[in-house]
Design a protein around this ligand. Structure first.
Ligand code: NI
Ligand code: MN
Length: 223
């Protein structure tokens, strides 16, 4: 009955409950963490936050091999559909009830990576576990509103800087979001995002008395 988390490095991770898996931003091929291959992934659902290669990544290959449903913004869903995937198009502010629970598409301040689109994050109720995946984003004060439907259990926040918020802003974001556990992502994949996740987790505790957890790429933990 438990839900497990597998982290693949960068912004790629999967949550699994019994036989149901939801994969996020599956950038595996070319991911310097190199902990998994697309052909090894088994899932029914894939959430894509935006169209940059380090997020859309291996979506089409994995989705087609698994007959998985790709969930994203309308523009990204259209791209995935052109790539031969089954899709569920949504947009910012919208929520839909899937068999695993609900997924609400929330704003992210970042490029869409596809014409006319918008980057997104996701607020997911996955079999009762509340997950916030920020995607790639800058800090924004409306993160304070994310817990308006109840406390978030796990917040996945980019900390790498340069392309997204760095550790200083991610600490403020974590404090706004106030999740039960904050998990840093999107770091060290390339030298330009060489942030230290252990320092980030220490600062969460020291500055805000918040719990953080560094999940090593390639491992699976129970949530
Ligand atoms: Ni991006
Ligand atoms: Mn990125």
């Amino acid at each position: 009955m438990s839900t497990n988390l597998t982290y693949y490095g960068h912004a790629a991770f999967m949550v699994t409950h019994n036989d149901t898996s939801l994969l996020f931003d599956p950038f595996l091929t070319g991911n310097t963490w190199n902990v998994a291959k697309p052909e090894d992934i088994k899932c029914q659902y894939i959430f894509v936050s935006h169209g940059h290669d380090d997020h859309y990544g291996d979506t089409a290959q994995i989705a087609k091999a698994n007959k998985a449903l790709v969930i994203s913004t309308a523009e990204m869903a259209h791209k995935a559909e052109e790539d031969g995937c089954q899709v569920h198009a949504m947009h910012l502010g919208g929520k839909f009830d899937f068999p695993f629970g609900s997924l609400r598409l929330v704003p992210a301040f970042h490029g869409a990576g596809v014409a006319g689109g918008h980057a997104a994050g996701a607020l997911v109720d996955f079999f009762g576990t509340k997950i916030y995946f920020a995607g790639d984003t800058a800090l924004f004060s409306d993160m304070k509103l994310l817990d308006r439907f109840g406390q978030i259990d796990y917040a996945f926040l980019p900390i790498g800087d340069n392309f997204t918020m760095g550790p200083e802003d991610a600490l403020i974001a974590a404090n706004y979001i106030n999740a039960r556990v904050t998990i840093p992502i999107h770091y060290k994949t390339w030298p330009v995002i060489d942030a230290d996740p252990n320092q980030f987790v220490k600062d969460l505790k020291d500055k805000y008395q918040l719990k953080g957890r560094v999940v090593e790429p390639g491992i699976t933990i129970p949530l």
